[in-house]
Design a binder for this molecule. Structure first.
Ligand code: GDP
Ligand code: GDP
Length: 451
C-alpha cells in the first residue's frame, strides 16, 4: 500500500523540482512533445520508509486556454481526486500571491487533506513568505527547499499521519512486547536519527551495537532515492529510524583525505534527521571538524547529542570531561546544555545512556511554551534590561509567541525590528533557555514589526 500524494500549486513554485527530488532524477527526464496534451506524471518513491506514489501536476496548465485560475483548477482537480493527500507548494521567496490565496480558498472546500509547503526556504530568504503562508488557513506551513533537499524530515513528519501503518518486525522471543490489545501494531512515529562524525570514530560499530550485527541493511532498490535508505528498531518500546545507513557504510571506507566529502555527506544526512548523534573519539576530542559538524547540526535546527566514544580506553576520564566542557563553552556557547554522553560502541557500554539522551533532547526540541508564560517572562526580561534607544526613541518589544517547535522558534513583535541589536536577541535567547527550560537545543528568535 502506498500513499498517493499530489504536488500542486501555481506555476514556478517548484513542483517539478520537488517531484524530481522525491522520485529520483532519472524519472524526471520526460519526453515532452510540443502541442501534445500530456497527463500528469506519477511515479513511485520511498521517503524514510514511507511508500509513495507521487503525482506531479506541473506544466499541465499549458493545455488549457482559460484564465490561469481555471487552468490551475482543471489541472489539479483530477490529481486531487486521486490523491490521499495534496502538497500545496508556495514560493516563500516570492511570498503569498493572490493566486495562492485563490487556490487555497478553493482547496479548503475539498475533502483532500492539504499539507502546505513553503518552498525555496534555503538560507533565510524564505522567512517572510513562510509567515505569510499562515494566512492561507491551511495550518502550519512546512519550510522546505526542493532544490537543496532541505526540510525532507519535516515533510516526512507531516506525511506520517496519513501513511499506512508500517509492518512491525516480529519480536524475537518475548511476544509480549509491542502491539495493542487486539494484537494490531500501534503506529507510533519513529524518531529520525542520524549518526555522524569523522571517519574511524566508531559510527559503524555503534550502528551495529545498536541494531545488532546480524541485521541486514538493505541498499537502494530500483526507483528508490538514496535518501530513503533507513533502518528501524525500537528502544523502550519507542521506534527509532536511523536515516542513511548507506552513508555510514560508505564513510566507513573513506579515509581522512576525503574529509571534505565527509562534511558534505554529513550535511545531507543531518537534513534528513530530527536528532543527530555526533560521535567523537575520546582520543581526539572535539577537534575542528567535530565542531564544524556540531555547528551544522545546530544551524539546521536539529537536536544534537555528542557521544564520546571509546571511553573504555580513556585513562584520564575527569580530565577528558573537563576538556570537553571547556571546548563546548568556548566554541558552542550559543547553545548551552548540549547533552554529552560517554560510551563504548565496541564494548556496548552505556548505549542506554546515549539513547536516553536522544529521547530527552527530542522531547525538549518538541517543547511548546504557552503564550501566557512567554509574555510574563518577556515583561520581566524587558524590565530588568530594556532594549536600547535608537535616535532617542526606545525600541519596544510588544509581544511574543512560539511560532513552531522542532526547533523551538519564537517571534518577537518589535516597534523597530531591524534596530534590535543582535546582542539583545542573544540576551533573550539565553534567558528563555534558562527560564523556560529549553537546554541544549537550538532556539530561533525572529523579529516582526509590531502593530
Ligand atoms: P513548477 O512550475 O512549479 O514545476 O516549478 P519548477 O520545479 O519548474 O521550478 C521553478 C523554478 O524554481 C526553477 O527555476 C527551479 O530551479 C526553482 N526552484 C525550485 N525549487 C527551489 C528551491 O527550493 N529553491 C530555489 N531557490 N529555487 C527553487
Ligand atoms: P567509523 O569510520 O566511524 O564507522 O568507525 P568504525 O566503526 O569503523 O570504527 C573504527 C575503529 O574504532 C574500529 O577499529 C573499531 O573497532 C574501533 N572502535 C569503535 N568503537 C570503539 C570503542 O568503543 N572502543 C574502542 N576501543 N574501539 C572502538
Amino acid at each position: 500500500m502506498s500513499l498517493t500524494v499530489a504536488i500542486i500549486g501555481r506555476p514556478n513554485v517548484g513542483k517539478s523540482t520537488l517531484f524530481n527530488r522525491l522520485v529520483g532524477k532519472k524519472l524526471a527526464l520526460v519526453d515532452d512533445t510540443p502541442g501534445v496534451t500530456r497527463d500528469w506524471r506519477a511515479a513511485p518513491a520511498r521517503l524514510a520508509g514511507i511508500d509513495l506514489t507521487v503525482i506531479d501536476t506541473a506544466g499541465l496548465e499549458e493545455a488549457f486556454d482559460d484564465s490561469l485560475e481555471a487552468r490551475m483548477r482543471k489541472q489539479t482537480e483530477r490529481a486531487i481526486e486521486e490523491a490521499d493527500v495534496a502538497l500545496l507548494l508556495i514560493d516563500a521567496r516570492a511570498g503569498v500571491t493572490p493566486l495562492d490565496h485563490h487556490f487555497a480558498a478553493w482547496l479548503r472546500k475539498g475533502n483532500t487533506p492539504i499539507i502546505l509547503l513553503a518552498n525555496k526556504c534555503e538560507g533565510r530568504a524564505g522567512a517572510p513568505g513562510l509567515y505569510e503562508a499562515f494566512e492561507l488557513g491551511l495550518g502550519e506551513p512546512v519550510p522546505i527547499s526542493a532544490e537543496h533537499g532541505e526540510g525532507l524530515a519535516e515533510l516526512v513528519e507531516a506525511l506520517l499521519p496519513y501513511a499506512p501503518p508500517e509492518e512491525v518486525e516480529p519480536e524475537d522471543d518475548d511476544g509480549a512486547a509491542g502491539g495493542t490489545a487486539d494484537g494490531k501494531p500501534e503506529p507510533v512515529r519513529a524518531i529520525q536519527l542520524a549518526i555522524v562524525g569523522r571517519p574511524n570514530v566508531g559510527k559503524s560499530t555503534l550502528l551495529n551495537s545498536l541494531v545488532g550485527e546480524d541485521r541486514v541493511l538493505t541498499g537502494p532498490e530500483a526507483g528508490m532515492t538514496r535518501d530513503a535508505i533507513s533502518v528501524e528498531w525500537t528502544y523502550k518500546d519507542r521506534p527509532i529510524r536511523l536515516v542513511d545507513t548507506a552513508g555510514i557504510r560508505r564513510r566507513a571506507r573513506v579515509d581522512d583525505k576525503l574529509e571534505k566529502l565527509a562534511v558534505a555527506d554529513a550535511l545531507r544526512v543531518i537534513r534528513l534527521a530530527q536528532v543527530v548523534v555526533l560521535v567523537v573519539d575520546a582520543d581526539a576530542i572535539l577537534d575542528h571538524q567535530d565542531l564544524t559538524i556540531a555547528r551544522m547540526v545546530l544551524d539546521e535546527g536539529r537536536a544534537l547529542v555528542i557521544a564520546v566514544n571509546k571511553w573504555d580506553i580513556v585513562t584520564d576520564r575527569a580530565g577528558t570531561l573537563k576538556q570537553i566542557d571547556d571546548k563546548l563553552q568556548a566554541q558552542l556557547a550559543q547553545v548551552r546544555g548540549i547533552p554529552v554522553v560517554t560510551m563504548s560502541a565496541l564494548r556496548k557500554q552505556k548505549l542506554d545512556g546515549l539513547l536516553d539522551a536522544v529521547f530527552n533532547i527530542y522531547e525538549v526540541w518538541n517543547r511548546r511554551v504557552s503564550t501566557a508564560d512567554l509574555n510574563r517572562w518577556l515583561a520581566g526580561m524587558t524590565e530588568a534590561h530594556p532594549p536600547p534607544a535608537v535616535e532617542g526613541r526606545r525600541i519596544k518589544i510588544r509581544y511574543m509567541t512560539q511560532v513552531k517547535a522542532r526547533p523551538p522558534t519564537f517571534a518577537l513583535w518589535v516597534s523597530k525590528p531591524l534596530d534590535l541589536p543582535e546582542t539583545y536577541i542573544r540576551y533573550m535567547v539565553n534567558g528563555l533557555r534558562d527560564a523556560l527550560d529549553l537546554p541544549g537545543v537550538p532556539i530561533r528568535m525572529l523579529t516582526r514589526k509590531g502593530k
